[in-house]
Design a protein around this ligand. Structure first.
Ligand code: ATP
Ligand code: MG
Length: 578
């Protein structure tokens, strides 16, 4: 294509609300435009890259035996009521009525629709397993749409759903999808981790997220460089320290004045202790009761794990939040900052790191006072020990003990083993070999196509613009013609252009009537991986300049060899991603 005829509206200015580089560069490079909050147009160059991402995903889905379908975006409320998600999904679900007052929503995901389709057609174990996928537009009325394509309200997702006769077989389908997602991330050239993840409101028992490493990612993950254990911090386990306390070392508990020392730092400074000698007491409200959560002074709570631990201890915690200042005062009798477990009459749940601690410091449930030399069991009782703290870099890996690394990640994909959550509530049953009706065992697998476009840019850019990896670049080669009025230059460029196009190479040719500076700046901004420059001086010497977008040096090619050399290099670069 000739740039003079193309719709690539580049800009010099960043969009006013852009916080991350992918949002800035995709708008400035003429790839996307915002229509409304979190809703974007894909322009020709953006759409080409989206189509390439889809092609990689499609190939890997097809290769793993999944079959492509296309389901409606508009879904009847009736199905969501069957699965009990009409109320549970909340305001992210865009709901509306049709002219006959029928209730509908715009699909944020398709478990209900696919389960409805499959339950109507699949009756026997002989028809299973089955894996169906689609690539489609979703809508989620996100509370904070931001970061351009990374967290939109309307976005493109590939979603797949597997149906099996039993849990073991469903686990196999899950493993196949997991492997397909790894291949997809590899082929897109991502630096990523597949991490253990929380299952959130999709439900199910077992799940992994595919996290692309980037400082702008919204997720925090930890990973072990030794054994490969990796998890979202929402889920990451911490290693239990099994060292025993020596009761002989216990010292008598004392109450000490700590005027105005409320924060961990203030108490440490005042008592000349380090944070790991303190135990902090967080008061939570869990449904209708209050609970005290004990953590080492330098640790932070992980609320997903706190909720799990409370439920495990028999405390209902569907609605879990930190107690208000007034509630703390009521429960402990002291202002915020002086809570402690000694004498408290609510359940006490302690992080397992506290098991091995002795002679520690806690709040005294009295303004301006702390207890020192406190020991659990002797001075107060713990109702349950559990893993409730947030893992962080340097913690010992739960599997092998090696210090963990931590990264920010962009979640591009998510795989879930659902089990019979939807098939039971929606009665997707099949007749098993022994003549019994059973619910199908399901898995669901999402990958964010439009979020991937943003994630690629987050990992592949410099100050001047995007640096596309070859397989998803909108075009493979960018020809810059500096002197469009010079016939010799223009003829040379045209002939190389034609040869490349004939060989199936995807080329744009900048034949615009513009200055050198503008042409180079746009080429860098748009970020096509391989550039050829045709200028009067070079051509008079029989040379063309070739430069990779990711390298700083260019190289002169004899004009006669230029096309062949470029074809060879493009082919070579594509090989890395097949
Ligand atoms: P997040 O935690 O980022 O909100 P999620 O857990 O809600 O993601 P899933 O329901 O698992 O996401 O959806 C599958 C995939 O769809 C995600 O891995 C992500 O790539 C993509 N996705 C989800 N929400 C958005 C969004 N608002 N904008 C763009 N892509 C999204
Ligand atoms: Mg979400």
């Amino acid at each position: 294509m000739r740039l003079s005829r193309m719709f690539v509206p580049t800009r010099k200015e960043d969009p006013a609300d852009a916080e991350v580089v992918s949002h800035k560069l995709l708008v400035r490079g003429g790839y996307i435009r915002q229509l409304a909050r979190g809703i974007y147009d894909y322009l020709p160059m953006g759409w080409r890259s989206i189509r390439k991402i889809e092609a990689v995903i499609r190939e890997e889905m097809d290769r793993s035996g999944a079959q492509e379908v296309m389901l409606p975006a508009v879904q009847p409320a009736k199905l969501w009521k069957e699965s009990d998600r009409w109320d549970a999904y909340g305001p992210e679900l865009l709901r509306f009525t049709d002219r006959k007052d029928g209730e509908f929503c715009f699909g944020p995901t398709h478990e209900e629709v696919i389960t409805d389709l499959v339950r109507g057609e699949i009756k026997s174990y002989k028809q299973l397993p089955l894996n169906l996928y689609q690539i489609q537009t979703k809508f989620r009325d996100e509370i904070r749409p931001r970061f351009g394509l990374m967290r939109g309200r309307e976005f493109i997702m590939k979603d797949a759903y597997s149906f099996d006769t039993n849990l073991e077989a469903a686990k196999e389908s899950y493993d196949q999808m997991f492997a397909a997602y790894q291949r997809i991330c590899d082929r897109l050239g991502f630096e990523y981790r597949a991490v253990e993840a929380d299952t959130g409101n999709i439900g199910g028992s077992h799940s992994h997220e595919f996290q692309v490493l980037a400082d702008t990612g919204e997720d925090q993950i930890v990973s072990c460089p030794e054994c490969g254990y990796a998890a979202n911090v929402e889920k990451a386990r911490t290693r239990r320290d099994d060292t025993d306390r020596t009761e002989d070392d216990f010292v008598a508990m004392e109450t000490v004045d700590t005027p105005n020392a409320r924060t961990i730092q203030e108490v440490c400074d005042f008592l000349d202790r380090s944070a790991d000698e303190l135990v902090k007491t967080l008061i939570y409200r869990a449904d209708d009761t209050h609970v005290a959560l004990l953590l080492r002074g330098d640790h932070g709570a992980n609320e997903v794990k706190v909720g799990d631990a409370l439920r495990e201890a028999g405390i209902e915690a569907d609605d879990l939040r930190l107690a208000t200042d007034d509630e703390i005062k009521e429960v402990t009798g002291a202002p915020v900052g002086f809570s402690g477990p000694v004498g408290l009459e609510i359940p006490v749940v302690a992080d397992h790191s506290i098991r091995s601690m002795s002679n520690f410091v806690v709040g005294a449930n009295e303004a301006d006072a702390h207890h020192v030399n406190v020991n659990w069991d002797r001075d107060f009782e713990v109702d349950a020990f559990a893993d409730v703290r947030e893992a962080r870099a340097g913690d010992a890996c739960a599997e092998c003990g090696t210090p963990l690394e931590s990264h920010r990640g962009i979640e591009v994909g998510h795989v879930f083993l659902l089990g019979d959550k939807y098939s039971t509530s929606m009665e997707a049953l099949f007749l098993d070999e022994d003549g019994k009706h059973r619910p199908m065992q399901m898995g669901c697998y999402g990958i964010g196509v439009s979020r991937i476009l943003a994630a690629v840019v987050e990992q592949n850019h410099d100050d001047d613009g995007i640096i596309w990896p070859m397989p998803i670049a909108p075009y493979q080669v960018h020809i810059t013609v500096l002197h469009i009025d010079n016939d010799e230059v223009m003829d040379a460029a045209e002939s190389v252009y034609d040869r490349l196009v004939d060989a199936g190479v995807e080329v744009v040719m900048d034949d615009r009537d513009a200055g050198f500076g503008a042409k180079f700046a746009d080429a860098d901004l748009i970020g096509i991986p391989l550039r050829l420059v045709f200028g009067a001086r070079g051509i008079s010497n029989g040379n063309v300049e070739m430069k990779w977008r990711h390298e700083s040096d260019s190289q002169d090619l004899p004009l006669d060899d230029a096309a062949d050399e470029v074809i060879r290099q493009v082919d070579e670069a594509m090989k890395d991603f097949r």
